[in-house]
Write a new protein. Structure first.
Length: 492
C-alpha cells in the first residue's frame, strides 16, 4: 500500500478510537497519589499518569495514583518498551539474526570464486565491523582467496527504508549527528561512519584522520582541522555530506597538540553502501581480492546460491539491553521492521505490526505506533495502556526476566539523569524514559516498582508540552514523579 494512504488509514483509525475512548472516560480523573506531578498541569502541560499495584496471590490489583490515565499522549522512546514486548512475544529471548555470504559461482582449485559474492543482510540491528571480520575469516577458511565477480550487498528484506521524520529525511544528504541513521536490513555499525581525529605531528599541520574500521580510509575526508599549541582548547565540528563520489566527512576546527584522539560518529547516507565499502576493505585486509568492485541490491540472492560463510548476532535479550538502556533508534526501528513478514517492509508496516500485538493485550485501549523507536511525536498511548503492557509481561514467566532486565535502575543505570530521588526510590524502581524536543517537548517514564511490602507495581507518566508551554527538562518531571513514587512505595 502507498505509504501516504497507510498513514491516512492509520490516522483515521486513531481518530475513531479517540472518539470512542473520549465517550467512555470521565472528564477528569483524580490526581490521588500524584500530588507533586499534578502541578505540571497547572503550568499548561498535558499529563497522563497512573501507578498500580499488581495482583499478588489472593490480593487483586489496585490503582494507587492517577492523572487522566486514559488520555492519549506521545510516549517518545517509551515506545521501545512496546517494541521489546512485541519482539519477545514473536521470537523469544534467545533468538539470533543471521548474516550470510552466499554465491552461485563455483570455487575452483586455486580459491577463485567464479561469480559474485553476495552479502545477504539478515536484519541484525547490532551487526558491527567485528562481525564482518568473522565473516571474512570464515570465507577464508572455506578456501576463497579471490572473487572473480563483484561484492553485492543485498537488502531485499528492507531498505532503503522511506523516512518519516525530518532528521532521517535530512540524513539522506547530510548529517551532523549519529541518531538519525537511515535503515536497512544490511546495515552495519548502527548506520554510522566512524573516523578517529588525532593531532598532527606539529603545530600548524592538519589533524590526522583515520578510519575506525579499517586501515585504509573508506569514505571521503575533507579535513580542515588544524593542530594548535599544547594546552590550547580543542574545538572541531564534523558533518557527513553526500556528494557525487559518495559520503564525505567534513571536519572543521582545531585540536591541541597534546589532545587525546577522538572517535567521531555520523550517520551514513546509504547504510547498505556503507556495508559494501566496509566489507570490501575487510576482505582486502584478509587477502581476499574482489575483481569487479561492489554494488547494492534490493533483490534476494538467486535460489541456486549456497552459503559460504555466516555469522549469528547477539541474542534478542542482549539486543534489548542496548535498545532500551541506550535508547538506540537505529536498532529499535530495524527490530520493528523485522516484525513485518513481507519483504520491502516500511516503518508504517512495522508500526502496525506492533499495534497488532497490542490489540491482543487485555484492557489496553487505543494505541498508535508509527515507529518502534518513538522518534516521532505521532506515536500515541495512555498511562493506563502502557501499564497494561507492563502488567501483561509481568505475568509471562518465560519472557519477563528478559523484558524487565532491559529497564534501567536509577541507582546503577547507564543514564545519569535518572539518578534522582531518595536512595529508597532509586533502588526500588526500574524504568524506561522517553525524550523529544520538537515540535514540542515530551518527557515520559514507564516501568516497575517494588513496594515496602515486596509487592510489584507498575507506573507510567507521560508529560507533553504544547507550542505555548515553557521549556521542559528532566528535573521538572523526575523530581515530582520520584517524590510521588516514594510515598506510594512507603505506603504499601
Amino acid at each position: 500500500m502507498d505509504p501516504v494512504a497507510m498513514m491516512t488509514r492509520t490516522a483515521a483509525r486513531f481518530r475513531c478510537l479517540l472518539l470512542v475512548g473520549a465517550s467512555l472516560m470521565p472528564l477528569l480523573v483524580s490526581a490521588a497519589g500524584f500530588t507533586e506531578l499534578e502541578k505540571m498541569t497547572e503550568r499548561g502541560f498535558q499529563v497522563s499518569a497512573e501507578a498500580r499495584l499488581l495482583g499478588d496471590g489472593d490480593r487483586p490489583g489496585e490503582v494507587v495514583g492517577a492523572i487522566e490515565p486514559q488520555r492519549q499522549l506521545s510516549p517518545a522512546s517509551v515506545s521501545k518498551a512496546y517494541l521489546a514486548a512485541a519482539a519477545l512475544d514473536r521470537w523469544g529471548p534467545q533468538h539470533r539474526f543471521t548474516t550470510r555470504l552466499v554465491s552461485s559461482g563455483e570455487l575452483d582449485a586455486d580459491g577463485v570464486l567464479r561469480g559474485d559474492l553476495i552479502f545477504e543482510g539478515g536484519g541484525d540491528p547490532a551487526l558491527v565491523t567485528e562481525d564482518l571480520w568473522r565473516l571474512a575469516q570464515r570465507l577464508y577458511q572455506a578456501g576463497v582467496r579471490e572473487i572473480e565477480g563483484g561484492l553485492v550487498v543485498s537488502q531485499w528484506r528492507f531498505g532503503p527504508v522511506e523516512c518519516i521524520t525530518t532528521d532521517r529525511c535530512d540524513a539522506r544528504s547530510r548529517a551532523a549527528n549519529s541518531y538519525s541513521a537511515l535503515l536497512s536490513s544490511a546495515g552495519v555499525n548502527y548506520g554510522n561512519w566512524c573516523v578517529n581525529v588525532a593531532p598532527g605531528a606539529a603545530v600548524g599541520e592538519p589533524a590526522r584522520v583515520t578510519s575506525c574500521d579499517s586501515q585504509a580510509l573508506i569514505l571521503g575526508i575533507d579535513n580542515q582541522v588544524e593542530t594548535r599549541a599544547t594546552g590550547t582548547a580543542t574545538e572541531f565540528s564534523a558533518e557527513r555530506v553526500t556528494r557525487e563520489e559518495g559520503d564525505v566527512m567534513l571536519l572543521r576546527g582545531h585540536i591541541a597538540l597534546n589532545a587525546a584522539s577522538r572517535d567521531v560518529y555520523r550517520a551514513s547516507g546509504d547504510p547498505a553502501r556503507q556495508t559494501a565499502r566496509t566489507l570490501a576493505a575487510v576482505l582486502d585486509q584478509a587477502g581476499i581480492g574482489i575483481g569487479d568492485g561492489y554494488a547494492t541490491s534490493v533483490e534476494p540472492p538467486p535460489a541456486s546460491a549456497r552459503t559460504l560463510a555466516e555469522v549469528e548476532g547477539e541474542s534478542l535479550q542482549e539486543l534489548l539491553l542496548h535498545v532500551m538502556n541506550y535508547s538506540n533508534n537505529f536498532m529499535a526501528d530495524v527490530l520493528a521492521l523485522n516484525l513485518v513478514d513481507a519483504p520491502r517492509a516500511t516503518l508504517l508496516q512495522a508500526g502496525e505490526a506492533i499495534q497488532d500485538y497490542v490489540a491482543g493485550l487485555p484492557d489496553h485501549g487505543p494505541v498508535i505506533m508509527l515507529s518502534g523507536s518513538g522518534l516521532t511525536t505521532e506515536n500515541r498511548t495512555s498511562a493506563s495502556g502502557a501499564n497494561a503492557l507492563l502488567e501483561s509481561m509481568f505475568h509471562r514467566a518465560s519472557l519477563f526476566p528478559g523484558f524487565v532486565a532491559s529497564f534501567q535502575s536509577p541507582s546503577n543505570g547507564v543514564s545519569r539523569f535518572i539518578r534522582r530521588g531518595s536512595p529508597l526510590v532509586q533502588e526500588r524502581i526500574m524504568l524506561k524514559t522517553g525524550t523529544l524536543n520538537q515540535p514540542y517537548a515530551v518527557r515520559a517514564a514507564s516501568g516497575y516498582f517494588r513496594a515496602r511490602s515486596g509487592r510489584w507495581g507498575v507506573f507510567t507518566a507521560l508529560v507533553n508540552g504544547t507550542a505555548s508551554t515553557p521549556w521542559l527538562n528532566w528535573a521538572q518531571v523526575l523530581d515530582p514523579l520520584t517524590q510521588d513514587l516514594e510515598r506510594m512505595i512507603e505506603a504499601h
